[in-house]
Design a protein around this ligand. Structure first.
Ligand code: KIV
Ligand code: ZN
Length: 568
């Protein structure tokens, strides 16, 4: 004995200040690759508000197979008739090369039911997983039994399961779990001696659960090593960690490096309370550590989304690997580093390329009041424009100002600001900070649903003012030309003809945003229709275009009946 966490007297070095690393970590190629044992359909399912139907379980089972998971615990047959039927159906369909496991307490009824559920296994190897609590607390306060009585129950259960499975004529396996193993530091010597007898009674796999996450990763991994060293080398040691304190993945990974071979995991971290060890996190972390995991990691994201939809359990937006926002950069410092390392395999602010888990292109820059010019530069370049750093820096103050009130700006808004800024630079000799503030404010203003959208505007002033307007609704563009008292009046008349809505103009005003002949104008237009009044606005150097946009802004609000409509 004497793993990295134990001193020469074989005492756990709980307070060791130095870094202790098991030498097995240094030679990964000499280690046996991990076996992923998925318990989504058992531990995950038993924690769901609406446990899965047989059909749903079959579907999830197929996704696990596609991911490359070969060891699957498919249910607890004695929990419900539905679970029993699901276990039978999966056992029947599971392909060869797989291990199909079902759970049973060390109780006669549970074991008999589990054996019946496995009876139909056709190509896969059946495994019966039985368990009983072995922490002092569990034995005294839940079971009300002495350690000897508990050990006897385990041995009797294992022998019964083995005899019954052998009678089916199939090559079957037995897995045993001392429940609450994580709480067994004080009686570890006794647990290990009991496990020796349990293995002698026929258990092929010993699974060590950190039920309710009683123990921190380094201590648990040290306990695992003690078991690995004490049991026969052909006994497979598994770890089954819960995430009550958020350390399940760490405990599982460290346990692997201390000799645990089978890693029990779930999809989307499903499982009792805060869930079980996450399959994706464990597989990706080991892969990044150079350990061959034998899974198709590119299926991770798709599988996670499908499962979330199937069972109606959302994925938190910053969940590692599968959270919608887990590859977003919002702070200026991170955006700068991210942009600098976009093309590199090793990225400054991502642990791996999102393509690894099926999320190619999901590394995104989002502009907020915390962002900087690097984001503007990258977002606008990504849209195909030849923006230079100076331009991006000029836009940042106005974008930040708006974002500090409104929150995040969409990449489309940032690109639209750049495009309008370019247009403004052509029509106006000097573009100042006031122009930019007005521009950004106008583009990012929440206009609600855009029922009618402007396609183009052509207007002629002079003796016979005319306007030709083209608008789009539901993908269809309609164009009309009209006369008026001036080009703006003609444009409004063309809009009335296109939309068929004779809205009355209650108020129309143009204000200069900046000074000078080429200044930006802000148009405000109030429309009255059917007893409701809505105000729209738009800013631009072309007064006719700004007027059309302000009119459409008011009209769209009238049509969606938004709250700013009021009775006269
Ligand atoms: O968390 C646990 O202790 C379990 C056992 C049944 C293995 O799920
Ligand atoms: Zn569990």
């Amino acid at each position: 004995m004497g793993g990295a966490l134990f001193d020469k007297q074989n005492k756990l070095k709980q307070s060791a200040g130095g870094i202790t690393v098991n030498t097995s970590q240094l030679n990964i190629t000499a280690m046996k690759p991990p076996v992923f044992y998925d318990v989504t359909l058992r531990d995950g399912n038993q924690a769901l508000a609406r446990p899965m139907t047989v059909k749903q379980k079959l579907e999830v089972f197929n996704w696990l197979v596609a991911l490359g998971v070969k060891h699957i615990e498919v249910g607890y047959p004695n929990a419900s008739d539905m679970d029993f039927q699901a276990c039978r159906a999966i056992a029947e369909q599971a392909p060869s090369g797989m291990i199909i496991s079902v759970l049973a307490r060390c109780h006669r009824l549970d074991i008999d039911c589990a054996v019946r559920a496995l009876a139909n296994v056709s190509q896969a190897t059946p495994r019966l997983h039985t368990f009983i609590g072995m922490s002092q607390f569990h034995m005294a306060h839940i079971l009300g039994k002495t350690p000897e009585e508990v050990k006897d129950m385990a041995i009797i259960g294992i022998k019964r399961a083995k005899t019954m499975l052998e009678a089916t004529g199939k090559q079957a396996q037995i897995q045993f779990s001392p429940e609450h193993f994580g709480d067994c530091l004080v009686n570890l010597e006794w647990v290990i001696s009991a496990l020796k007898e349990i293995v002698a009674a026929g258990a092929d796999v010993i699974n060590l659960p950190n039920t309710v996450e009683r123990t921190r990763p380094a201590i648990f991994a040290g306990m695992v090593r003690k078991v690995v060293e004490a049991l026969p080398s052909n006994t497979i040691i598994a770890v089954h960690c819960h995430n009550d304190l958020g350390m399940a993945t760490a405990t599982t990974i460290e346990s692997y490096f201390e000799g645990a071979r089978q890693l029990e995991v779930t999809l989307n971290s499903l499982g009792e309370r805060a869930g079980n060890t996450n399959l994706y996190e464990t597989a990706v972390a080991l892969h990044l550590a150079g350990v061959p995991v034998g899974l198709d990691l590119s299926r991770i994201y798709d599988t996670a989304l499908r499962l979330s939809e199937l069972i109606g359990v959302p994925i938190s937006q910053n969940a590692p690997i599968i959270g919608q926002e887990s590859f977003y950069h919002r702070s200026g410092v991170h955006q700068h580093g991210a942009v600098r390392t976009f093309e590199r395999a090793k990225k400054a602010y991502l642990p791996f390329d999102p393509a690894l888990v099926g999320r190619a292109g999901d590394e995104e820059l989002r502009f907020t009041s915390q962002s900087g010019y690097a984001a503007v530069l990258a977002i606008v370049k990504e849209a195909g424009h030849l923006i230079i750093e100076q331009e991006a820096r000029e836009l940042v103050p106005a974008l930040k100002e708006v974002a500090s009130g409104k929150g995040e700006l969409t990449p489309e808004e940032v690109v639209a600001v750049y495009e309008q800024y370019q247009a403004l630079k052509i029509s106006k000799t000097q573009v100042g900070s006031e122009d930019l503030a007005a521009l950004v404010g106008d583009i990012t203003r929440d206009r609600g649903q855009q029922i009618w959208q402007r396609v183009f505007t052509r207007a002629v002033a002079g003796d016979h003012p005319t306007a030709t307007i083209s608008l789009r609704r539901n993908g269809e563009a309609i164009t009309r030309a009209a006369l008026g008292d001036g080009p703006v009046d003609a444009a409004f008349e063309a809009i009335r003809q296109i939309t068929g809505i004779p809205a009355k103009i209650e108020k129309y005003r143009i204000d200069n945003v900046t000074s000078g002949g080429d200044s930006l104008g802000k148009v405000v237009c109030c429309l009255m229709h059917d007893g409701r009044c809505c105000e729209g606005s738009s800013t631009g150097t072309d007064i006719v275009i700004a007027s059309v946009d302000a009119y459409l802004d008011a009209l769209n609000q009238l049509l969606v009946g938004e709250s700013n409509g009021k009775k006269p």
